[in-house]
Every structure is written in C-alpha cells, then in structure tokens.
Design a protein around this ligand. Structure first.
Ligand SMILES: *[C@@H]1O[C@H](CO)[C@@H](O)[C@H](O)[C@H]1NC(C)=O
Ligand SMILES: *[C@@H]1O[C@H](CO)[C@@H](O)[C@H](O)[C@H]1NC(C)=O
Ligand SMILES: *[C@@H]1O[C@H](CO)[C@@H](O)[C@H](O)[C@H]1NC(C)=O
Ligand SMILES: *[C@@H]1O[C@H](CO)[C@@H](O)[C@H](O)[C@H]1NC(C)=O
Length: 955
C-alpha cells in the first residue's frame, strides 16, 4: 500500500471512504433491506400459523385421553373422569396408565378370505383345503405348515397343538385355549385392537362344533371389555423339507393389489433334529400385519404365543397331557400421562431455515457481480481504492448485513416461540450461524469471479438455494436417517456447505423436536461429543472451509481480471520476492525505425512514417536515455494484439505507439471509430496489459506499478460509471476521500467541483444520479475524474451528449484543470480538440499518423485556402479567370448558380494578392459576396484518415 507521503491515501482512509459510501448506499436501499429482513419474519409467522393449526388439531378430544361424565356420588351432578377405559385406540396413547390391562396373548390368524386353499396353481401340494369352503363365510380352516427330520414326532406335536372340541372349558380361564385375531397390531399394545375391532377373536381347534361361540371379558381399568370368541378350524400339513415351506410362502406372498391371493397360513414350524431329549424349532411368522404408521415391524407382538403354543405341545409330549406351560397375558409397562406435542418448526425447520439462510447467498453474490458488471469496482480501483480496503469493507459490510439478518431471524423466531430456537442452546446457535454466514460470504466472493452478469448470477444463485433445500430435505436427510448408509459418505456430502448447513439445522431440529416431546431441552455443548449428531464435525468443517475458501477467493480475485483490472500471473504473490523491475526507465532500443517494408502474413505492408511521428519517437528515446522525469506520460512502443478466436485472424489494436506528454499538457486523440483509441486508454488505465512495449506515468511502469499510478490518476470513462442511488455530491465525496481529501478541504473541493461542472444550482447535486440526464451524468463523470488533483487524467469523449452551454462550461473546467496535470482526451469533436488540446494526434488503424499542435497540423496537411465568390451567373467565367490569375493550380471544388468555391495552394499565393484581385474585380462586375478561408481541422482529419486508409485495405 502506498503511504500518504506521496499524496496517496492510506489503507484506513480508503476503507473509511468506502465504508461511508456503502452506508449511504445502504440507506438508499432501505426498502430492499426491510424486505430482506421481513422474509424470515414472514416465514416464522407462517410456521407459527401452521403450528397453531397443528395444535388445534392435536387438541381435539379424539386425540386426547378419553373422558366421560359419571355421577359418582349419586347427587345428580356428573363428574368428568378420564382414563383408558373411556378411550379408543387413538386416544389411549396420552392417558396416564398406572396399571395397564392384561391381554390374552394372541396368534395372527389369517382373515377368512385369505386363508390358503387349493385353488392357486402356484401351490404344488394338493393337500390344502378344498376351495369350496370360500363360498360359506368364515368356514375355511387355517393351516400350519410343519417339517423336520422325524415326521412322527411332528405329528405327535401337532396333535397336542390342535385340541379336540371337547377340551374347551371357559371356567379354566383363557390360557389353555389358543386365541388369535386377524386384526392389525398397533404401535403400543396398551389396548389390544383385537378386542376393539369388528373382526372376531378366534380360538383354534381341530374341529369346530355348530354352537361354538363363547363370550369372554377382559378387565380394562374399572370396566370390562366383552368380546365374543369364535371357533376356527386349524389343521397342520407336513412337508418333507423346509425348502418346500419357503417356496409355498414365497408363492403366497401378495404381489400387487390386483392379485387376490388366498394362501396365507397361520404359522410354520421346522423341528429340525428334535427328539425327546432335545428340542429345536424354527418358527415362520408374518410380521407384515401392522399399522402403516411406523417403519419398525411391530407385528411381533403376535409371535410369542406361537412359540408358547408349540413349546407347550412338546412339554405335553414329554410329560403327558395334564402338564401345561401357561402363557396367561401380555401387558405394557405403566406410563404417566403424556401430551401429544408436535413442534412444527422442528419438523419443517431444516428445509425452511436452509432456505432462509441460503437466500443471503444470491443477495451477496448479485451485489458483488453488480459492481463488477457496472465496472464500478474498476472505477473505484482506478481512483485509488486498493484491494485490501475493498475486501475488508465489502466483507465486513456483508457480514454486518448477514448478522443483522440472522439476529432478526433468531430473535423473532424465539419471540414467537418456535421451539427450534428456544430449546437449543443460543451460544451454539450463534457459533453455528456465525461460522456459516462467514463461509457463505466467502463463497459468494469466490462465485462472483465466475459471473459477469447480475441476472445470470441471480438466477443461478436462487436455483442453488432452492435445489440445496430440496435435495437436502429429499435425499440428504433420507441418507442421514437410513441407518445402513455408510457414514463416511455422509461426511463427504457434508463437504458441500449447503449440506453442512442442512446437517446443522437438522440436528437443531431433532434436538428441539425430542426436547419438546419429552418436555426437556434441545442441544447443549455437551451433546457435541455424541457421535449421533454431526454438529461438532460440521462446525469444524465449516470453519476450515471458511478459511480455505476465503483465501482462494482473494487469490482468484487477484489472478482473474474480473474485479481488479489487469491480469496478474497465477503466481503473482511470488513477484514480490522476485527482483522487481526498477521504476526508472529502461534503456531504450538502439535505433529508431526507418520507413520499412514489413512482411505481414502473405501481404506486403508498407509503413511510411511521417516526419512528426519520427520526431516524437526520437524525443521519447531521448527522454528514456536521459531518464528525464519531467514528462508525465511516456509511451514506449506500446502495442496491443488481441489473439484471434473462432477462426478470425488476430487483431492488432495498437501498433507500437510512442508518445511523450509533459506536465500541463493536454493531448487530444483523434481518430475514426475502431482506430484503437480505447485500447490505448485501456492499457494506460490498467484494464488490459500491453502485448509489448510499455508506458511510464511519472516514472512508474504501467506493467508493474499500476497501484502507484492509480493514486494519482483520474478517469472519465466513455460510459458513465455511477451508482444510480447515490447523489452527485456523494459520488464526489467518496472519490474525494479516496484521493485523501479530508475535512474542509474535502467539502471545499466538492463544492468547487460541483460548481465548475454546473451541477450546483437547483439542488441537482443532491439528486440521485439515476435521475440525471445524460449530459449531467457526463459532467459528473468529468468532475469525478478531476477531483483530488490527480496528476494524470484520461477522458474518453468527455463532452458527448452535452448542450453547447454545458459544453463550454466543461471546456472551461478542463482548461483550468490542465494547468498542472497531463490530460489525454479522445474526442470526435474537432472544435473541442482545437479548443482544449495543446497537441493532437490523429490515430488511424492502430498507429499515430501525425502529431502536432492544431496550427501545425493545419499548416502541414491543409496546404490550401478555400476561396468562395458569389456573382450573377453571367460573370462566372470572369471569376474563373480571376482565380486562374491568382494561381494556375487552383481547383474548382463547388459551383452552383453563381456561387463558386476554389482550392488555392497556399505556397502559390499571398493573401494581399487575393484582396487586391478582388478589389479589381469589384470594379468590373458586381460581387455579391466573397470569402477566403483557411483549412479547418476537420479537413485535415479527413485527409489524414483517407490517406491512411489504403493501408487499412491491405492489412
Ligand atoms: C421319532 O420320534 C418318536 C417319538 O415321537 C420316536 O419314538 C422315534 O424313535 C423317533 N425316530 C427317530 C428316527 O428318531
Ligand atoms: C371345567 O373345569 C372345571 C374346573 O376345572 C370343572 O369343574 C368342570 O367340570 C369343567 N367343565 C367341563 C365341561 O369339562
Ligand atoms: C415326501 O416324502 C415322501 C416319502 O419319502 C414321498 O412319498 C412324497 O412324495 C414326498 N412329498 C413331496 C411333496 O415331495
Ligand atoms: C403377510 O401379511 C401381509 C399383510 O396382511 C399379507 O399381505 C401377506 O400376504 C402375508 N404373507 C403371507 C406369506 O402370508
């Protein structure tokens, strides 16, 4: 960074200038900012509204422990009592259950219409019941398949399992009957659904008698549930191998809804090598009977009875029929009253909040790309803003916005009571969000290098926001919850910052959700060591990524031209260690070029150098040899070649320009469109690097010391580079501060500047520049280029689009300004060039055709006067004779009804002779009007441009 002794501003001055500008800019953007902050507020409100609706739904009596009204003490007034006895299956989950009811253990009996019968061709065994039973409701028997190595043992066991009809004795309790149901099993077995559904409870026997229904009752709380039990015929079928059973079950599995399979079995047993001294059994059961509400197979509640059933049969085989191993009941654990609580913010949290936080990304990105697209970054750089202050202030500024945004988000979310915020430790939230937004801003800086258009950046940015949220919620979360998914792949996915954000938010919401459900708290610092959450890991990953991304972004910003003008080599940071080329002039090449024939491609290119151009070259060489630093700008064979692309040949924009400008000189650059003037200016202001040659500005090389040059440079670009929402005064204040103006000096300079470009009256200075007319913007640009007394100023067509009055004004400003600085100015207005410039150069096809002050040029290239005379038409011949008399080489260039124009070679005539001749002529005939004019600059320009053109055709 240049220090302030050479007039350039310090790091902090620049930072201060940029900071104040951004602050003003942000004040103007107030509405957008409010809208930005309102987005999370809106989302939080939406969540609160949804939560409210969910709570209303959960508060409905149908989801709370059932209650009723009983008149307990008989006084006619009823009292409200609640408990499982008044609840249905949905309600019971919330009840307080000090002593859960005891339920008889049940088998899962296939519903009558699904029981395996002999119709299905897939079943290769003919011993299933005949399908005629399907015509009578519920009359099909249910089947148990058995296999093992000792069939007679199996048959004996089966006999014990299916008792004859006579064995049922209701007074013995329910333990010695085999009960079963076709109903689905619930998540918890507090109430056995078999007793509450319309499906019957069965008891299994080998034969059913006609009158085979009984009634049983199970005590539930203070009441009893009565249920009718109905006999179902059970039978067993022996298979040679367990493989056969597998095949049959596989074939019987329901495939698709359209196939109405009717081959479910009650259970399957493989007795393996069992004998009287050892008992081995494998049980087939169907766990698919369950409510669809969970992922866990919960049909297992019907399995224990099937094991007890066969074990009991084995025991009876060993010890006789009177032996019984009774399985009396199953019951749940007691539980306190639980409230149904569902925190919606935790449920939807990860997705919504990922969006909320990610949406800052496109905002930062577009702000950065905007400055790039509008070339404002370059403009600021050209007026001396270093990369350091730019990065510091921009970064701090986006960080501040993000922090405010997140602060509003968390505070508002907490105020409206979202559990996501209130239950989790705030310090963890702060650390998490802080690291993430820093990472996000660094990423935006990095991404900004890839875009040059705000709209593209915005579209891509928002696509990333939505895609990350959706993919996060759709896939990433699925992988997180899938227990079998390899953990290291999750870590790999979390390398993408969007997913680390999602992961963090997911952990927050999981902790908040369970915390809310259990009535405890969310995540605490101690939980970070728990391997089941990714929070600790994600924090570390994001922290590392932040640092890495930040430095990559800073590096790329320097290497790519994007923000900061001319390209540096990818190893730019090594340049500091290399031997820096000294800022003094190099030794010039030995001799100047003589008119030469160059071979160029396959064509001959004739380069005829004009004496004035050669002279300029000699002057430059002299300066370089003498290391004369009095000159403000010295260009030494500056050359720019654009490489060819898409099959186009390479384009030579500037063919070795050599030029020297002293302090206090205004150099005008004239030239037809496309002559290379802008390429030249772009090289001088550091936007592009010269292909060869160089230029020195006050002894500083444009190839290496651009930062030093910027401190003393002013630019008025061809297109106005202004912030639409800042006023003229604010622009000047900003650039003035960048140029190290302070306090009263600053205000004074700004006032003067405004006055000089006529932007002072009528409050124009305090209007936003977006509302300025084209001319006003132009004047402001000129004022910007001159503020802070730069030593070198480049103006690219400063007066285009100005009305004559403002133009005159502007000229005065430039004239006054050129006293102590060098100005290079391009223009298409000859009048302007003549008025302002001390020297002119006509630039055609990449090289200077002539250099000199306007008078010299006119003298050199004009070389003739234009003589005009108007008479009546019958004296035309007299006029011609008169002109011939003055100079035999005169050319008639124009004639119409008595008015004639001639070109007279200057060297041939004296002006006095012309006057004398006219006086004589007046005596002979009536001269209505006459005139003698010198050639104008315009004539010179056209002539020079035309002369240079033939080479254009060649090259
Ligand atoms: C099969 O089991 C019966 C008892 O049910 C036993 O008497 C017989 O010896 C066993 N057969 C073999 C081959 O083990
Ligand atoms: C049922 O069992 C009870 C007691 O165990 C017995 O007194 C009664 O006779 C039995 N009834 C039948 C029909 O076997
Ligand atoms: C089972 O084995 C018996 C005797 O080995 C045989 O007769 C019968 O065909 C076999 N059944 C099947 C289905 O393979
Ligand atoms: C298991 O139970 C499910 C659910 O009712 C049923 O669709 C399926 O067919 C049964 N499978 C067998 C082999 O019985």
């Amino acid at each position: 960074m240049a220090d302030s002794t050479d007039g350039s501003s310090s790091f902090w001055t620049q930072a201060n200038a940029l900071f104040r500008k951004n602050l003003t800019f942000q004040r103007r953007n107030f509405k957008t900012n409010v809208r930005l902050i309102l987005f999370p507020v809106f989302l939080c409100l939406l969540l609160v509204a949804l939560q409210y609706l969910v709570n209303i739904e959960l508060d409905k009596p149908s989801l709370k422990c059932g209650c009723t009204c009983i008149d307990k003490d008989g006084d006619g007034e009823c009292e409200r009592v609640c408990g499982i006895e008044y609840s249905d299956l949905d309600q019971v989950a919330t009840c307080s259950i000090p002593s859960p009811p005891e339920w008889p253990p049940l088998l899962q009996v296939p519903a009558p219409q699904y029981r395996a019968v002999r119709t299905d061709h897939l079943l290769s065994f003919g011993d299933f019941p005949d399908d005629s039973c399907t015509s009578t409701p519920s009359s099909c028997p249910t089947t148990v398949l058995m296999t093992g190595n000792n069939q007679s043992l199996g048959e004996n066991l089966a006999r014990n399992m299916f008792p004859g009809s006579s064995n049922f004795n209701s007074s013995n309790g329910l333990a010695d009957v085999v009960l079963g149901s076709a109903s689905e099993t619930p998540v918890s077995n507090i109430l056995e659904p078999a007793f509450f559904s319309s499906l019957p409870v069965y008891y299994v026997q080998s034969q059913c008698q006609a009158n085979s229904t009984f009634s049983i009752s199970v005590p539930v709380g203070s009441t009893k549930v009565e249920k009718e039990i109905r006999c179902v015929q059970g039978q067993h079928l022996w298979r040679n191998r367990s493989f056969d059973i597998n095949n049959e079950l596989y074939a019987g599995y329901k495939r698709g809804n359209s196939e109405k399979k009717i081959n479910e079995i009650l259970a399957g047993y493989d007795f393996l090598n069992s004998n009287v001294s050892s008992y081995d059994v494998i049980v087939w059961y169907n766990s698919t009977y369950k409510n669809d509400s969970g992922n866990i197979p919960i049909g297992l509640v019907r399995v224990p009875r099937s094991i007890n059933w066969v074990s009991n049969a084995f025991l009876q085989l060993l010890l006789g029929p009177s032996t019984q191993m009774l399985f009396d009941f199953v019951k749940e654990m007691p539980k306190p009253e639980t409230l149904r609580r569902l925190d919606f913010s935790s449920l939807l949290g990860p997705l919504f909040f990922t969006w909320v936080i990610l949406q800052l990304f496109p905002i930062v990105l577009t702000a950065l790309v905007y400055e790039k697209q509008q070339n404002l970054r370059i403009m600021m750089k050209m007026h001396g803003l270093g990369d350091g202050p730019y990065w510091m202030i921009s970064y701090a500024y986006f960080l501040a916005i993000s922090l405010v945004y997140m602060f509003c988000f968390v505070v508002f979310g907490s105020v409206v009571g979202l559990k996501f915020f209130t239950l989790n430790d705030y310090s963890i939230q702060f650390v998490f969000f802080f690291i993430y937004i820093n990472l996000q801003i660094s990423l935006a800086f990095l991404a900004a290098a890839l875009f040059s258009n705000v709209k593209t950046a915005a579209v891509v940015g928002y696509i990333i926001v939505f895609a990350t949220g959706l993919v996060g919620a759709g896939f990433f979360q699925f992988f997180l919850e899938a227990t079998s998914f390899p953990k290291h792949w999750i870590v790999v996915m979390e390398l993408y910052p969007g997913f680390s954000l999602y992961r963090g938010l997911y952990d927050f919401s999981q902790y908040a959700f369970t915390g809310n459900y259990m009535g405890t708290h969310g995540i605490r610092w101690g939980d970070l060591t728990n391997e089941h959450n990714g929070m600790g890991r994600v924090l570390i990953m994001m922290l590392v990524e932040w640092v890495v991304v930040f430095f990559i972004a800073y590096y790329i910003d320097h290497v790519l031209t994007s923000g900061s003008g001319a390209q540096r080599g990818p190893l730019f940071f090594l340049e500091k260690f290399k031997n820096k080329p000294s800022s003094s002039f190099r030794k010039p090449a030995s001799s100047f070029r003589k008119p030469s024939l160059q071979r160029k491609g396959s064509k001959l290119y004739l380069e005829l150098e004009k004496p004035d151009v050669v002279q300029e070259r000699e002057k430059v060489e002299q300066i370089l040899v003498e290391q004369d630093t009095n000159h403000a700008i010295v260009c030494d064979k500056l050359k720019k070649v654009y490489p060819g692309s898409d099959g186009n040949p390479k384009k030579i924009a500037v063919r070795g320009l050599t030029l020297a400008l002293s302090q206090g000189e205004c150099f005008g650059m004239l030239g037809p469109n496309g002559a290379g003037k802008t390429s030249f200016i772009n090289m001088m202001i550091g936007l592009v690097k010269p292909s060869s040659g160089t230029a020195y500005v006050h002894g500083l090389d444009i190839r290496t010391d651009m930062d030093g040059i910027y401190a003393n440079m002013g630019v008025c670009p061809q297109h106005d580079l202004l912030w639409e929402t800042l006023t003229g005064r604010e622009h000047l204040l900003f650039y003035g501060r960048l140029k190290n103006l302070k306090g009263t000096a600053l205000t004074q300079a700004v006032e003067e500047s405004l006055r000089s470009v006529n932007l002072f009256n009528g409050g124009v200075a305090d209007k936003q520049s977006g509302k300025y007319s084209g001319g006003m913007k132009r004047r402001l640009s000129v004022a910007i280029s001159l503020i802070g007394d730069p030593k070198v100023v480049y103006m690219d067509e400063p007066s285009t689009g100005l009305d004559p009055a403002s133009r005159n004004n502007l000229w005065n400003v430039v004239k006054r300004a050129k006293q102590n600085r060098a100005i290079i100015l391009t223009t298409h207005s000859m009048e302007e060039a003549e008025h302002l410039c001390d020297r002119l150069g006509i630039f055609v096809d990449g090289s200077l055709q002539c250099v000199g002050n306007p008078k010299e040029l006119k003298g050199r290239y004009g070389g003739s006067y234009v003589f005009t005379m108007t008479t009546s038409s019958n004296h035309e011949a007299d006029v011609e004779n008169l002109v011939k008399g003055l100079s035999p080489n005169a050319k008639k260039i124009y004639e119409i009804s008595g008015t004639q124009k001639f070109e007279l070679p200057k060297e041939a005539i004296k002006i006095a002779d012309v006057f004398r001749a006219v006086e004589n002529a007046k005596r002979r005939f009536v001269v209505q009007a006459w005139g003698l004019a010198d050639t104008t600059l315009e004539d010179v320009f056209i002539k020079v441009a035309r002369e240079a053109q033939p080479f254009n055709v060649l090259s």
